[in-house]
Design a protein around this ligand. Structure first.
Ligand code: FNR
Length: 185
Protein backbone atom coordinates (compact mmCIF):
# COMPACT_ATOMS: atom_id res chain seq x y z
CA UNK A 1 0.00 0.00 0.00
CA UNK A 2 1.28 3.47 -0.82
CA UNK A 3 1.80 5.75 2.17
CA UNK A 4 -1.10 8.11 2.73
CA UNK A 5 0.65 10.71 4.78
CA UNK A 6 3.99 12.42 4.39
CA UNK A 7 5.49 13.37 7.75
CA UNK A 8 8.44 15.71 8.16
CA UNK A 9 10.59 14.46 11.02
CA UNK A 10 12.68 17.32 12.37
CA UNK A 11 15.90 16.14 13.98
CA UNK A 12 17.01 18.46 16.79
CA UNK A 13 20.70 17.48 16.80
CA UNK A 14 23.38 18.19 14.20
CA UNK A 15 25.78 15.59 15.64
CA UNK A 16 26.86 12.95 13.09
CA UNK A 17 26.34 10.10 15.53
CA UNK A 18 23.36 11.71 17.25
CA UNK A 19 21.06 9.38 19.17
CA UNK A 20 18.32 11.72 18.03
CA UNK A 21 19.03 10.94 14.37
CA UNK A 22 19.19 7.22 15.12
CA UNK A 23 15.84 7.46 16.89
CA UNK A 24 14.31 9.32 13.94
CA UNK A 25 15.59 6.62 11.56
CA UNK A 26 14.33 3.87 13.86
CA UNK A 27 10.90 5.52 13.95
CA UNK A 28 10.91 5.50 10.14
CA UNK A 29 11.47 1.78 10.16
CA UNK A 30 8.81 1.20 12.82
CA UNK A 31 6.16 3.42 11.24
CA UNK A 32 3.05 1.78 9.80
CA UNK A 33 2.58 1.74 6.02
CA UNK A 34 0.26 4.74 6.16
CA UNK A 35 3.15 7.04 7.07
CA UNK A 36 6.20 8.05 5.08
CA UNK A 37 8.71 9.70 7.40
CA UNK A 38 10.99 12.26 5.78
CA UNK A 39 13.89 12.53 8.24
CA UNK A 40 15.10 16.12 8.03
CA UNK A 41 18.27 17.48 9.62
CA UNK A 42 18.84 21.17 10.16
CA UNK A 43 22.41 21.68 8.92
CA UNK A 44 21.32 23.81 5.98
CA UNK A 45 19.01 26.22 7.75
CA UNK A 46 20.61 29.60 8.17
CA UNK A 47 20.07 31.83 11.19
CA UNK A 48 16.75 33.55 11.39
CA UNK A 49 17.16 37.29 11.01
CA UNK A 50 14.16 39.58 10.75
CA UNK A 51 16.12 41.85 8.43
CA UNK A 52 15.96 39.12 5.77
CA UNK A 53 12.21 38.59 5.90
CA UNK A 54 11.44 40.73 2.86
CA UNK A 55 13.73 38.58 0.70
CA UNK A 56 14.13 35.28 2.54
CA UNK A 57 17.13 33.05 1.81
CA UNK A 58 16.50 30.01 -0.38
CA UNK A 59 17.07 27.58 2.50
CA UNK A 60 14.23 29.15 4.51
CA UNK A 61 11.87 28.96 1.54
CA UNK A 62 12.76 25.32 0.85
CA UNK A 63 12.20 24.38 4.49
CA UNK A 64 8.87 26.22 4.63
CA UNK A 65 7.71 24.57 1.41
CA UNK A 66 8.60 21.13 2.75
CA UNK A 67 6.54 21.81 5.88
CA UNK A 68 3.60 23.17 3.92
CA UNK A 69 3.48 20.10 1.70
CA UNK A 70 3.56 17.71 4.66
CA UNK A 71 0.62 16.07 6.43
CA UNK A 72 2.23 16.32 9.85
CA UNK A 73 5.41 17.20 11.69
CA UNK A 74 7.21 15.03 14.20
CA UNK A 75 9.87 16.65 16.39
CA UNK A 76 12.63 14.36 17.64
CA UNK A 77 14.88 16.23 20.03
CA UNK A 78 17.56 15.96 22.66
CA UNK A 79 17.64 18.30 25.63
CA UNK A 80 20.25 21.04 25.95
CA UNK A 81 20.39 22.83 29.28
CA UNK A 82 16.82 21.93 30.17
CA UNK A 83 15.48 23.17 26.86
CA UNK A 84 15.65 22.47 23.12
CA UNK A 85 18.88 22.95 21.15
CA UNK A 86 19.30 26.36 19.53
CA UNK A 87 19.29 24.89 16.02
CA UNK A 88 15.82 23.51 16.61
CA UNK A 89 14.50 26.80 17.96
CA UNK A 90 16.02 28.54 14.94
CA UNK A 91 14.25 26.17 12.55
CA UNK A 92 10.95 26.70 14.38
CA UNK A 93 11.41 30.46 14.11
CA UNK A 94 12.15 30.15 10.38
CA UNK A 95 9.10 27.94 9.81
CA UNK A 96 6.83 30.15 11.89
CA UNK A 97 7.18 33.23 9.68
CA UNK A 98 5.87 35.37 7.99
CA UNK A 99 3.69 36.44 10.90
CA UNK A 100 0.31 34.70 10.79
CA UNK A 101 1.45 32.40 7.99
CA UNK A 102 3.39 29.76 9.88
CA UNK A 103 4.25 26.79 7.68
CA UNK A 104 3.43 24.54 10.65
CA UNK A 105 -0.17 25.76 10.77
CA UNK A 106 -2.69 22.93 10.66
CA UNK A 107 -0.02 20.24 10.91
CA UNK A 108 -0.65 17.56 13.54
CA UNK A 109 2.40 17.46 15.81
CA UNK A 110 4.24 14.67 17.56
CA UNK A 111 7.08 15.17 20.04
CA UNK A 112 9.73 12.57 20.89
CA UNK A 113 12.40 13.68 23.34
CA UNK A 114 15.40 11.65 24.43
CA UNK A 115 18.45 11.64 26.65
CA UNK A 116 21.26 9.29 27.60
CA UNK A 117 20.28 10.30 31.15
CA UNK A 118 17.31 9.36 33.28
CA UNK A 119 14.90 12.22 32.55
CA UNK A 120 14.40 11.52 28.84
CA UNK A 121 14.64 15.15 27.77
CA UNK A 122 11.25 15.84 29.31
CA UNK A 123 12.05 19.53 29.74
CA UNK A 124 12.81 19.88 26.03
CA UNK A 125 9.46 18.25 25.22
CA UNK A 126 7.63 20.51 27.67
CA UNK A 127 9.37 23.50 26.14
CA UNK A 128 8.07 22.50 22.71
CA UNK A 129 4.57 22.05 24.11
CA UNK A 130 4.80 25.58 25.42
CA UNK A 131 6.02 27.28 22.27
CA UNK A 132 4.24 25.40 19.47
CA UNK A 133 0.49 25.91 20.09
CA UNK A 134 0.32 29.35 18.47
CA UNK A 135 1.99 28.27 15.25
CA UNK A 136 1.02 24.62 14.59
CA UNK A 137 -1.96 22.32 14.39
CA UNK A 138 -2.89 20.09 17.33
CA UNK A 139 -0.18 18.47 19.44
CA UNK A 140 -0.83 14.83 20.27
CA UNK A 141 -1.47 14.64 24.01
CA UNK A 142 -1.39 10.89 24.61
CA UNK A 143 0.70 8.84 24.59
CA UNK A 144 3.71 10.89 25.66
CA UNK A 145 7.22 9.62 25.08
CA UNK A 146 10.45 10.62 26.81
CA UNK A 147 13.18 8.15 25.90
CA UNK A 148 15.68 7.54 28.70
CA UNK A 149 19.06 5.82 28.60
CA UNK A 150 19.46 6.07 24.84
CA UNK A 151 23.27 5.78 25.08
CA UNK A 152 23.25 2.00 24.82
CA UNK A 153 20.15 1.58 22.68
CA UNK A 154 21.90 1.19 19.31
CA UNK A 155 24.52 -1.13 17.85
CA UNK A 156 27.43 0.03 15.67
CA UNK A 157 25.24 -0.02 12.56
CA UNK A 158 22.66 2.23 14.21
CA UNK A 159 20.16 -0.57 14.75
CA UNK A 160 17.90 -0.21 17.76
CA UNK A 161 18.76 -3.09 20.05
CA UNK A 162 16.95 -2.12 23.26
CA UNK A 163 13.71 -4.01 23.05
CA UNK A 164 11.64 -2.07 25.64
CA UNK A 165 12.53 1.15 23.83
CA UNK A 166 11.53 -0.35 20.49
CA UNK A 167 8.19 -1.34 22.01
CA UNK A 168 7.30 2.14 23.29
CA UNK A 169 8.49 3.74 20.06
CA UNK A 170 6.26 1.41 18.04
CA UNK A 171 3.30 2.23 20.29
CA UNK A 172 4.03 5.92 19.89
CA UNK A 173 4.36 5.95 16.10
CA UNK A 174 1.21 3.85 15.68
CA UNK A 175 -0.69 6.28 17.89
CA UNK A 176 0.72 9.22 15.94
CA UNK A 177 -0.37 7.60 12.66
CA UNK A 178 -3.92 7.30 14.00
CA UNK A 179 -3.78 10.92 15.19
CA UNK A 180 -2.64 12.12 11.74
CA UNK A 181 -5.31 10.01 10.04
CA UNK A 182 -8.06 11.34 12.30
CA UNK A 183 -6.96 14.91 11.73
CA UNK A 184 -6.58 14.68 7.96
CA UNK A 185 -9.87 12.85 7.33
C1 FNR B 1 23.54 18.30 27.04
N1 FNR B 1 22.98 17.12 27.53
C2 FNR B 1 21.85 17.18 28.32
N2 FNR B 1 21.11 16.05 28.63
C3 FNR B 1 19.97 16.13 29.37
O1 FNR B 1 19.32 15.12 29.61
N3 FNR B 1 19.54 17.33 29.84
C4 FNR B 1 20.21 18.50 29.60
O2 FNR B 1 19.78 19.55 30.02
C5 FNR B 1 21.41 18.43 28.81
N4 FNR B 1 22.10 19.57 28.51
C6 FNR B 1 23.10 19.53 27.55
C7 FNR B 1 23.64 20.72 27.06
C8 FNR B 1 24.56 20.68 26.03
C9 FNR B 1 25.08 21.98 25.45
C10 FNR B 1 25.01 19.45 25.51
C11 FNR B 1 26.02 19.40 24.38
C12 FNR B 1 24.51 18.29 26.00
C13 FNR B 1 23.51 15.82 27.11
C14 FNR B 1 22.82 15.34 25.85
O3 FNR B 1 21.64 14.65 26.21
C15 FNR B 1 23.76 14.41 25.07
O4 FNR B 1 24.92 15.14 24.68
C16 FNR B 1 23.06 13.80 23.86
O5 FNR B 1 23.91 12.82 23.31
C17 FNR B 1 22.70 14.85 22.81
O6 FNR B 1 21.84 14.29 21.85
P1 FNR B 1 22.35 13.67 20.48
O7 FNR B 1 23.28 14.65 19.81
O8 FNR B 1 23.07 12.37 20.80
O9 FNR B 1 21.11 13.41 19.71
Amino acid sequence: MAALYNIVVIVGSLRKEAYTLKIANALSRLAPETLKLDVTTLHDISFFNQDLEAAPPKDWLAFREKLQKSDGVLFVTPEYNRSIPGVLKNAIDVGSRPYGKSSFLGKPIGIVSNSPGVLGGVNAAMNLKQLLPGITGPIMGQPEIYLVGVGDAFDDQGNLVKEPMQKVMKQYIDAYAAFVDQYNK
